[in-house]
Design a protein around this ligand. Structure first.
Ligand SMILES: *Cc1c(COP(=O)(O)O)cnc(C)c1O
Length: 378
């Protein structure tokens, strides 16, 4: 099956008992046992729940993995990985990862592991860092947030494999519709389900997708012991949202292209960053490893904090809010909002300056979105 079919059919077979085309929500914490220890595979919802199982089946299939673990948030999924590696591990991590990931590593898990942040778009730098630090894990996010830098997944995964380091890829920005890291050599794919996979901005959730049974078992034991399993209702909502992933991603991309091209020509815009533009520094890698370019755009407005603020206050259709990947268009100011937890000096080095603006382009009518930007820039 192709991905546009999988999202509708895998994990979505009609209910065995009633024939209900839409699988029910198993909103229960516990399951009856015939005699002590004899049950139908379900005992307690923290461990397993039939609604969550359906979602896990679907997600594993979308990334061409074997196993999936659905958690209560993207951060919870990251936490499970951090507990799965032995204490004192060295993690080589992209220097422009999601702000929450940076915070989790530098303020929580820095007591347990060693984190080294590097520019993973520079393959030579990564090779040198692997040689120098002998890492246990390589943590990649591509495209990054918010500067949309692209790292070469195939090359980096091969290098890590040689050094016996596990490769984790946060694939939240592309979704499996446009990029499938396991096929390029990654060991674990991570998603914030909160974003494109659910797509409707009404759920927090996360997942890990992998092929290695031993590692999956370890992660499941951790999830069951620590407890960040997703609720049945939220899993059901994600199963529902997922069905339109294909049409949504196509439309996100179509709209983003129109807006990126418009902004590129606008006199009040300094630079536009969109992986689908030939001007993107890693356009070639993007084209090779992704089947589309997604719906995220970042751009530098001419001026500083004053001009940024004025513009952000003027847009009407674009909602000023954190997060991304929903059907509605969002706009935000990374330095003040999503990436405020990153020290200013680090932000400046990464290009997260006071005139950087990030758009999550929704699936509205593109002409309305363009009109909104035009008026606000004017
Ligand atoms: C949102 C996000 C996360 C964290 O996910 P939550 O569901 O908010 O916990 C991790 N990585 C990326 C790239 C994200 O955008």
């Amino acid at each position: 099956m192709k991905i546009g079919t999988k999202v509708i059919h895998v994990g979505n077979k009609p209910d065995k008992e009633t024939g209900a085309v839409i699988p029910p929500i198993f909103q229960t914490s516990t399951f009856a046992q015939k005699s002590p220890g004899v049950h139908k595979g379900y005992e307690y919802t923290r461990s397993h729940n039939p609604t969550r199982t359906r979602l896990e089946e679907c997600l594993a299939s979308l990334e061409n993995g074997k196993y999936a673990l659905v958690t209560s948030s993207g951060m919870a999924a990251e936490m499970l990985i951090m507990h799965a590696i032995k204490p004192g591990s060295t993690v080589l991590c992209g220097d422009d990862v999601y702000g929450g990931t940076y915070r989790l590593f530098t303020t929580v898990f820095h007591q347990l592991h060693n984190f080294i942040f590097i520019d993973t778009t520079d393959t030579k730098k990564v090779a040198a860092a692997i040689k120098e630090h002998n890492p246990d894990m390589l943590w990649l996010e591509t495209p990054t947030n918010p500067t949309l830098k692209i790292s070469d997944l195939k090359k980096l995964s091969a290098m890590a494999k040689k050094a016996k380091a596990k490769v984790v890829v946060d694939n939240t920005f592309m979704s499996p519709y446009f990029q499938r890291p396991l096929e390029l050599g990654a060991d674990i794919v991570l998603h914030s389900l909160t974003k494109y996979l659910n797509g409707h901005s009404d759920v927090i959730g996360g997942c890990l997708i992998l092929r290695d049974k031993k590692l999956y078992d370890k992660l499941w034991v951790l999830q069951n012991s620590i407890g960040p399993s997703q609720s049945p209702f939220d899993s059901w909502l994600v199963l529902r949202g997922l069905k339109t992933l294909g049409v949504r991603m196509e439309r996100h991309q179509e709209n983003a292209f129109k807006i990126a091209k418009y902004l590129e020509k606008h006199p009040k815009v300094e630079t536009v960053i969109y992986p689908g533009l030939k001007s993107h520094p890693q356009y070639k890698i993007a084209k090779a490893q992704m089947s589309g370019f997604g719906g995220m755009i970042s751009f530098y407005i001419k001026g500083g904090p004053k001009e940024s603020r004025a513009f952000l206050k003027k847009v009407k259709l674009f909602i000023l809010a954190e997060s991304l990947g929903g059907v509605e268009s969002l706009i935000e100011h990374p330095a003040i909002m999503t990436h405020a937890s990153i020290p200013k000096k680090v932000r400046d080095d990464l290009g997260i300056t006071d005139n950087l603006i990030r758009l999550s382009v929704g699936i509205e009518d593109a002409s309305d979105l363009l009109e909104d930007l035009k008026k606000a820039l004017g």
